[in-house]
Design a protein around this ligand. Structure first.
Ligand SMILES: [Zn+2]
Ligand SMILES: [Zn+2]
Length: 350
């Protein structure tokens, strides 16, 4: 089969031929229709998140079931599906409680095994991890759901408990941040978008943000004060969608009393331990949440909003490329402002 892989960290991924994967008993092989290009893939490629080399990236995928393991009961060849980027084992206490997104034995296509920059990809514990796609959702649109869109949805609806009329601050308007802007507006919130890219802020406004803050040259305290000024006392919910020490602290500084910070952007190296002002967390009774994707069983309410037209993930796709261009598209994420919105690889092209 065709696959895009890299032999070492930082070496441009290239298209080649590798053997077809073998279907595990509890899993399926999916014929990939489309695959998102996400900054988490870029982090793995940079060596921030170690993977076995050579490596096939890609964890945001949609396609059709091609092979079904003997132990799988819920799925058949031909089913149109997507998957969360975190796949649970299906048998541990967390999976049994419906919290596969924190499974200690989780698998992640494109991280713990070969990913979806390929004609075929293996998904383990398929009965727990596959999500049936409504007929109206095409593969390119669905490829954005497994990581960034679903992560943003659950971060706001479940972790942030965002309600109509709330102020939402979104720090970082890349894939997950712009998803959060659109979802926040659909849930009835008033959204303030923060970024250092003028083009990303224009896109945030197009997606319904009421106000924007250009954080260029601002420290986290200044960003917090700007959000307080625009929201009459701070955001009820604030998301760090960028994943850096300044944006994480800026998000906490943006909160209204009793507000909720949700950390969604991945943090690596020195940025992994930002100095959060715990004195303010205490005095203002702030809540600090992490959010790590969304388990497959939680997808239906989000898919209902998509089929009803209230959420439009296809509007977040900025660029569609073919498989031969996927390696360069991944490398391009080193300059996040280069493309506004998500890049998706359409495997039906080329
Ligand atoms: Zn598990
Ligand atoms: Zn991702």
């Amino acid at each position: 089969m065709r696959a895009v892989s890299y032999p070492a960290y930082g070496v441009l991924p290239t298209l080649g031929d590798i053997p077809d994967p073998v279907c595990p008993d509890d899993g399926v092989v999916i014929a990939v229709g489309a695959s998102g290009v996400c900054r988490s893939d870029w982090h793995a490629w940079q060596g921030h998140d170690p993977v076995a080399l050579p490596h096939v990236p890609g964890h945001e995928l949609a396609g059709a079931v091609a092979e079904v393991g003997a132990g799988v009961t819920r799925w058949r060849a031909g089913d149109r599906v997507t998957v969360p980027f975190v796949c649970g084992c299906g048998v541990c206490e967390y999976c049994l409680a419906g919290q596969a997104q924190v499974c200690p034995d989780q698998t992640q296509p494109g991280f713990t095994g070969p990913g979806s920059f390929a004609d075929r990809v293996v998904i383990h514990a398929a009965d727990v991890n596959l999500v049936a796609l409504p007929p109206s959702v095409d593969f390119v649109t669905a490829a954005s759901l497994g990581c960034r869109f679903a992560t943003a949805y659950r971060a706001l609806a479940a972790r942030g408990r965002l309600r109509g009329g709330d102020w939402l601050a979104v720090h970082g308007c890349g894939g997950v941040g712009l998803s959060a802007v659109q979802i926040g507006v659909a849930l009835g919130a008033r959204v303030v978008a923060v970024d250092v890219s003028g083009a990303a802020l224009v896109r945030a406004r197009e997606l319904g943000a009421q106000a924007v803050v250009d954080g260029s040259g601002m420290d986290p305290d200044e960003v917090g004060r700007a959000v307080h000024g625009l929201t009459g006392g701070g955001a009820h919910v604030s998301l760090d969608a960028a994943g850096s020490a300044p944006t994480s602290i800026g998000s906490v500084r943006s909160l209204r009393r009793r507000g909720r910070h949700v950390q969604v952007g991945l943090l690596f190296g020195a940025a992994a331990t930002p100095p959060i002002p715990m004195n303010v967390v205490l005095a203002h009774e702030l809540e600090i949440h992490g959010s790590h994707g969304m388990a497959a069983h939680e997808y239906p309410p989000m898919l209902d909003l998509i089929t009803a037209g209230r959420l439009q993930p296809e509007r977040l796709v900025g660029r569609v490329v073919d498989l031969a261009q996927a390696g360069q598209a991944l490398a391009d994420l080193g300059a996040p402002a280069a493309t506004v919105g998500m890049t998706v690889v359409d495997l039906s092209r080329g």
